[in-house]
Design a protein around this ligand. Structure first.
Ligand code: GLA
Ligand code: ZN
Length: 676
């Protein structure tokens, strides 16, 4: 989707008028534009209304909603409603119901409740998408398609089991190959017939959703499940595209959600859209990282913030209100990282069921004289004044962090060496060290072209997929700086260990080998003792979780362990390789180490931080056609003085020229267009 063609930044959110009396609709149409909103996501959960039985469709209510939106100058992000099937369907065709991890077939209820491999679910959902596309293809309100809603969850039914066997057959070709790649001689699990293979759940190989006896089958099931749901999405996508080839189609993703390989999904989405629900104590760097991950799904293309709450959620244990100014600040944070929309769940609170206490533009009182409405309306005026300036702009970066869903699944399915290793946390540690120093980062897939980057970080690259080692070697040989860490280069794409010493295929590049891996108890640490200083990095730091016991075989040793029987063994190494450098960090270091280390790497690559960075203040830069926009977000409650250095321009929110030292109130934001 080319967002540069949009008339304005998209501002709006989920709107479910079919859930309340039509007499209220005119008031909705007064209030939504009053808040400066221009888009409504409609028809997200209306399947039962649209299709009361197998042979009947009723589109009249949706027709009225679509017409009403158009009449009031509001675009429709039109959803297909297939995220929850109707009750009659479950009764008539129990095959549409999922079977859970414990092997129980579900009854009707909840949402995300349809078996992705049910032929009936697939045909009925695709048929609905096709009918919607046919009916609304020329509707003037229609801007964007929204397939289903927040895909996720698993099914362990017999149909999925059969489909899994077919998926495996396509992947491995022969059972010999499968037996070898799953190492089924372990515990005598050799398969002689495809039909002997059953799904890995509580009835078979897994004792919990993330603990398994056989990583190979569990990993493949997770891939298969992601592919099965993607297949459902693609069927609807194709049905829609057949009618409206030029309209963008998306679905709402969930950031670091574990279950789906979003890099694979992204290839079938016209624009990335995602739902941002941080808790009030989520670090701002974590949210920033998640936005960057979503931007990375399409190699840096702008994305849509599809949902966030204007005030509070309902599904957390304690649903704290976003304090005054926070909704605005976090909205701009999304824009700062590449969003071309600010959208909410939801525009009006419902009267019943589990989301009635979820925040909304229009509170239960029903009028505009509320804090939340005022804050939304203020943001609406500001976004309106930004006009088309930021649309389509990108975030230039010379630093990339590699991220991979399959790698995460494999790490977290691993039985040993520790249960404390959480892939996303390790990624976040590295991200945060750069964020805290004002460095802009791209998060990229294992397949991404690395040549634009001066520095590539690959924390815990446990799984090395075919061809990857050679690509990384070529990148480093050509002058790149590559950093990887403990527990890397261990297995192939099926979790089979690469023999001959860790880090396997990366061993030549890194110039080290790891003999053993020590797991530390919670609260325990070892020490990283620097041999000399490296930039600001000197003295000692702590490290924890895992310690690789490594030997140098050519790499320069910059730091050694300070404790235990492996005291004196290397913990930080650099191997010169071609014109570049390959670094190994053999444990999980503390934040001070990472800041010093990454600061030194950036210095040596002549990468300067963005202006305006200080504690609690976030900075980012978007640019388009030679124009640059610096975002400065004050996450502190108190006012700060921002130091802009040589950066000078006009603050797009206030229209005033800013340069040098600029006061910035608590929770406030600057978006500075640099003087030409
Ligand atoms: C998700 C869903 C919405 C709604 C919100 C509530 O993001 O997509 O339908 O349930 O959560 O936070
Ligand atoms: Zn199923």
């Amino acid at each position: 989707m080319d967002t540069t063609k949009l008339p304005k930044m998209l501002y709006g959110g989920d709107y479910n008028p079919e859930q309340w009396d039509e007499s209220i609709w005119p008031e909705d149409m007064r209030l939504i534009p009053l808040a400066g909103m221009n888009i409504a996501t409609v028809n997200v959960f209306s399947w039962a209304m649209l299709q009361p039985n197998e042979d009947t469709y009723h589109f009249e209510t949706l027709d009225r909603i679509m017409d009403m939106l158009h009449k009031n100058g509001i675009y429709a992000c039109l959803a297909t409603s297939t995220g929850a099937h109707p009750a009659w369907m479950a009764r008539k065709y129990p095959e549409v119901l999922r079977t859970d991890f414990n092997g129980r077939q579900r009854k009707f209820g909840g949402r995300h409740n349809s078996c992705p491999n049910s032929p009936l679910y697939r045909s009925l959902s695709t048929q609905l998408a096709a009918k919607l596309a046919e009916r609304y293809k020329d509707h003037p309100a229609l801007l964007l398609w929204h397939v289903s809603n927040e895909y996720g969850g698993e099914c362990y039914c017999d149909r999925c089991e059969t489909a899994f066997r077919e998926w495996l057959r396509a992947k491995y070709g022969t059972l010999d190959k499968l037996n070898e790649q799953w190492n089924t001689r372990f515990w005598g699990h050799t398969f002689y017939e495809w039909d002997e293979i059953v799904l890995p759940n509580a009835l078979s190989e897994q004792w919990s959703s993330d603990r398994t006896c056989f990583q190979g089958i569990s990993l493949d099931y997770t891939r298969f499940n992601s592919d099965s749901l993607l297949e459902c999405y693609k069927l609807e996508y194709d049905a829609i595209k057949a009618q409206t080839p030029d309209l963008p189609v998306t679905t709402n993703l969930m950031g670091t959600f574990k279950g789906l390989d979003y890099f694979k999904w992204a290839k079938h989405m016209d624009i990335i859209a995602w739902d941002n629900y941080p808790s009030m104590d989520t670090p701002t760097s974590f949210t920033a990282m998640t936005h960057d991950l979503m931007r990375g799904l399409k190699s840096g293309a702008p994305f849509l913030l599809m949902e966030q709450t204007p005030s509070q959620q309902n599904w957390q244990a304690y649903n704290t209100l976003k304090r005054p100014g926070i909704m605005r600040l976090w909205s701009y944070q999304a824009v700062a990282h590449g969003s071309d929309s600010v959208m909410f769940f939801q525009l009006r609170r419902s009267v019943g069921a589990c989301e009635k206490y979820h925040g909304a533009l229009i509170e239960h009182v029903g009028h505009e004289h509320t804090r939340v409405f005022r804050e939304c309306a203020q943001l609406g005026r500001e976004l309106d004044s930004l006009d088309t300036k930021l649309l389509g702009s990108r975030l230039p970066s010379r630093i990339a962090i590699m991220y991979d869903w399959e790698n995460r699944w494999a790490i977290e399915y691993s039985s040993g060496p520790t249960i404390d290793l959480k892939y996303v946390d390790e990624i976040h540690n590295y991200y945060r060290a750069l964020y805290e120093q004002g460095h802009q980062v791209d998060i990229v897939s294992f397949e991404e072209d690395l040549s634009p980057y001066a520095i590539v970080l690959a924390p815990v690259m446990y799984m090395v997929k075919p061809g990857m080692a050679a690509r990384i070697e070529a990148y480093v040989a050509a002058g790149g700086k590559f950093v990887t860490t403990f527990f890397s280069g261990i297995v192939n794409e099926n979790d089979i260990v690469t023999l001959g010493g860790y880090p396997g295929e990366l061993r030549g590049l890194l110039g080290i080998w790891a003999e053993e891996i020590d797991a530390l108890f919670p609260g325990h640490h070892n020490r990283i003792v620097m041999k000399d200083s490296l930039g600001n990095l000197q003295g000692e730091y702590k490290c924890s979780i895992l310690c690789d016991l490594i030997h140098s075989e050519g790499a320069e040793v910059l730091a050694e362990y300070g404790d235990d029987f492996y005291k004196g063994m290397p913990v930080l190494t650099r191997n010169r390789f071609g014109s570049g450098e390959a670094w190994y960090v053999a444990s999980s270091p503390d934040a001070d180490f990472l800041q010093g280390f990454l600061g030194a790497l950036c210095d040596s690559s002549n990468i300067k931080p963005l202006p305006g960075k200080q504690p609690g203040v976030e900075v980012s830069l978007r640019s388009r056609e030679g124009r640059s926009y610096l975002f400065v977000l004050n996450h502190n409650a108190a006012e700060v003085t921002v130091e802009l250095g040589e950066f000078a321009g006009v603050d797009l929110i206030t229209g005033t020229a800013v340069s040098g030292q600029v006061p910035l109130a608590g929770c406030d934001v600057l978006i500075i267009e640099q003087f030409a």
